[in-house]
Write a protein that binds this ligand. Sequence first.
Ligand code: HPA
Length: 264
Amino acid sequence: MSKSADLAARIRDQAGAEAPRLGLILGSGLGHLADRVEGVAIDYADLPGFPHAGVSGHNPKLVVGQLGGTRVAVFGGRSHYYESGKADAMRLPLEVLADLGAEGLIATNAAGSLRPDMPTGSLMLLSDHINFSGLNPLIGEPTDRRFVPMGDAHDPGLRQSLRDAAEAEDVGMHEGVYAWYSGPSFETPAEIRAIRTLGADAVGMSTVPEVILARFLGLKAAAISTITNMAAGLSDEAISHDHTKAMAPLGAAKLEKVLTRFLA
Ligand code: HPA
């Protein structure tokens, strides 16, 4: 049995055999959403190969159960490229999600805004992304399955349902392009000007490798950013991880409403 199939079997033993419909990855400062799930929580430490989620503001456990009326698998924390130098750090958890029988993945993250009309506290649904890192989680994958088409990587159907949920909850949600920057240092103002010219609306250090992996594994994907700061050079606001964690709750309350309605 593959490592992911083995882990999926162990998770089913603990949390029940019913397949989760969706996986949710929670970003920096958003990990507490995992506590809203009615189900069984399993520490990443008890799932060999899962990331230790060493970034503060994350909640390193997998919770399988009901959220808003849908069975979900919530990943309370993620591993980032900048922690290990491995762009495929989330491959095993996403393989497990696929083996559990999920249809799709909703990733969330904290991000910096490149748009003056999208201030701190905003939500942004990703219409698409730019892989500004030059990295790819499928480098080294030996099969021809590595040539994943990315034309509809951010699933139109999931995006429409998320838009509908935001509208029903009367939560304003922007849409735009997310650029993946490796981190862990933040961007320079010149880098932000560069990616703005290239068409990015927000910038962050995650999500893109997960969307690539999800598509590779046959999962639909969509993602939402919570804006925790204006990107470098765009305001006098401090940019720091502490600031990210402090500002994430502004968007988290909106995000929780949208996701709960989306799952209803
Ligand atoms: N840049 C990169 N990642 C981020 C930012 C940012 O400004 N804010 C939150 N995550």
